[in-house]
Ligand binder design. Structure first.
Ligand code: ZN
Length: 169
């Protein structure tokens, strides 16, 4: 499909001046889960990647696919814990501890997605429980046309939308 060939990585600017780059293979996975048809259900998973040393830059290298044990409907997605946790553990082990859990993604049947009140509560709940080295988490929502990312500051529990630096063609 020519549409897939045009995909490039997505880059967003963080509040602290750093950048979040979402790799091309992750963008392709996300695009496959856009809720274009009326019957398409919400999808979601975890985001894995690296914090680049001596910078505020982050690379999202990997995202998990929905699994059979997730609960999915048109307006709901509850990720089952264990398959994603295995992926996080495996990625961490095989990368000698450089590949980390960065946050979560899910889809919305919205042209340009916004987090729902339930999403925001859920993100803060995840952030309050996650055992992490980094002081932030990323939450990505795949809309029908655009993909948006929000960064949660774990010290202040504030959520800020990141500004896109470049788009896929
Ligand atoms: Zn949502």
């Amino acid at each position: 499909m020519s549409e897939v060939r045009k995909v490039t990585s997505l880059v967003f600017r963080r509040p602290n001046g750093g950048q979040v780059a979402v790799s091309e293979c992750v963008v392709q996975l996300l695009i496959r889960h856009r809720q274009i048809k009326d019957r398409d259900h919400e999808a979601g998973g975890v985001l894995l990647g690296r914090c680049i040393v001596d910078s505020e830059n982050i690379v999202v290298d990997q995202a998990s696919e929905p699994t059979g044990s997730d609960i999915r409907s048109r307006f709901r997605f509850f990720r089952s814990k264990s398959p994603a946790q295995r992926l996080v553990d495996d990625a961490w082990a095989s990368s000698n501890g450089t590949m980390n859990y960065l946050g979560e993604w899910h889809s919305h049947p919205e042209t340009h997605p916004h987090p729902s009140t339930v999403d925001l509560e859920n993100w803060r709940w995840i952030a309050s429980r996650a055992v992490l080295e980094q002081n932030f988490l990323l939450f990505l929502i795949v809309g029908i046309v655009s993909t948006q990312i929000w960064e949660l500051d774990r010290h202040h529990m504030t959520v800020q939308q990141l500004q896109p630096v470049s788009f896929s063609a």
